[in-house]
Ligand binder design. Structure first.
Ligand SMILES: Cc1ncc(COP(=O)(O)O)c(C=O)c1O
Length: 390
């Protein structure tokens, strides 16, 4: 007996990082040594105070359903945090807590974009944007991020591609996979373009807002008139090394929150209770562990960028945020996918082809430097030797 999948599954994309991870694990099972530079998660442990808060919460009864939008104290802690960091007034009713930040992408597009409407999104970019846009039968309009512009989008592209059907613009800064960071002037230029369009929403993916190496994070929601037009996506996965806890959130207008909450009720009921209590400790407790991680990432950035630039055929710009490098591989004469496979099978280094982040990622590779300096050095040696012997 064979059952055909629903048609809509034909256009749903994926995150190839998980596929490469599975392949790398299979090679390890055969006894091969692999350096993992494919997956986007900090290699540090979650800070102890956050883990203690979760254990305590579990023993004091936080083992049941919570309100679908999140525990009020966590929504309040998030509202305070966003008010302080983005310099806007946010209240708890404008926050929806989700299992990881990813559902905010799915829910925002599902709730606010109709089939046939247009969504602009950065490319190369987090693959889930394009996947969900296609899934709901909207039109995906990629905004190219070019190396020449330090992987910051060109606002004139947005101007030229805005139509009456444009419904949403998805921004991501600091950006995965390029490490590009938007400046206040970039954001102002975008705001000017949509100032008279009250029908366009911005989804601002700010999951890497705390992992920034030069200057400071700027949010489009902080600019005049933009709080009402922006859904901020942020969370705990990257800042506090909590990828496995599944804790994130969206900050949005008060009238949007019940809609996103309704999607939560349909999908998840609520986010894990003790995880949410740990989130309060993460935001209200000491921040030095999170800051230490960024200092360490900064050191690793130097090692990986200079190491890649020393390899014949590769050139690598310094990322300004997040923990990825996006070297140009065009001089190797290989396609991204070909080099990804070669490095995994021959060099024992798991990386991702730039095409995992959209068509415009061809000619690049993404490497995560959320790994120790000795492992990064080992990976660089293996990559260099493999390319020399090609
Ligand atoms: C740009 C971007 N947005 C959102 C997410 C999702 O984060 P979470 O693990 O909290 O769902 C990620 C995770 O890799 C990401 O890179």
């Amino acid at each position: 007996m064979s059952f055909a999948c629903a048609k809509r599954m034909d256009v749903l994309g994926t995150e190839t990082a998980f596929e490469v991870l599975a392949k790398a694990k299979a090679l390890e099972k055969q006894g091969k040594e692999i350096v993992h530079l494919e997956i986007g998660e900090p290699d540090f442990d979650t800070p102890g105070n956050i883990k203690d808060a979760a254990v305590k919460a579990m023993h004091s009864g936080y083992t049941h359903y919570t309100p679908a939008a999140g525990i009020p104290e966590l929504r309040e802690a998030i509202a305070d945090y966003i008010s302080k960091t983005r310099k806007i007034d946010v209240i708890a009713d404008e926050v929806v807590v989700t299992p990881g930040a990813k559902p905010i992408i799915f829910f925002s597009i599902l709730a606010y974009v109709n089939p046939g409407e247009e969504v602009m999104y950065v490319n190369p970019g987090f693959p889930i944007y394009e996947s969900v846009i296609n899934f709901i039968d909207a039109k995906a309009v990629p905004i190219p991020l070019l190396e020449e512009r330090d992987f910051r989008l060109d606002p004139s592209f947005i101007r030229e591609h805005l139509t009456r059907k444009t419904k949403m613009i998805i921004l991501n800064s600091p950006e995965n996979p390029t490490g590009g960071v938007l400046t206040k002037d970039d954001l102002k230029a975008i705001v000017d373009l949509i100032a008279n369009r009250d029908d366009i929403l911005v989804l601002a993916d700010e999951i890497y807002s705390r992992i920034i190496y030069e200057g400071k994070h700027e949010s489009i929601a902080s600019l005049p008139g933009m709080k009402e037009k922006t859904i901020i996506l942020d969370g705990f996965s990257k800042t506090y090394a909590m990828t496995g806890w599944r804790l994130g959130y969206g900050v949005m207008r008060k009238d949007f929150a019940p809609k996103i909450t309704q999607l939560m009720i349909n999908c998840n009921s609520c986010t894990s209770a003790f995880t949410q209590v740990a989130g309060i400790e993460a935001l209200r407790g000491p921040q030095h562990e999170a800051e230490k991680m960024v200092e360490e990432f900064k050191k690793r950035r130097e090692v990986i960028v200079s190491g890649l630039n020393a390899i014949e055929g590769l050139s690598c710009k310094k990322p300004h945020g997040a923990f990825y490098v996006f070297p140009n591989i065009k001089k190797t004469g290989m396609k991204g996918r070909e080099l990804q496979d070669l490095l995994l099978n021959k060099a024992g280094v798991a990386t991702l082809s730039g095409t995992s982040f959209g068509k415009l990622g061809e000619g690049y590779l993404r490497l995560s430097f959320a790994n120790s300096v000795p492992n990064i050095k080992k990976a660089l040696t293996c990559i260099s030797e493999t390319l020399e012997n090609q």
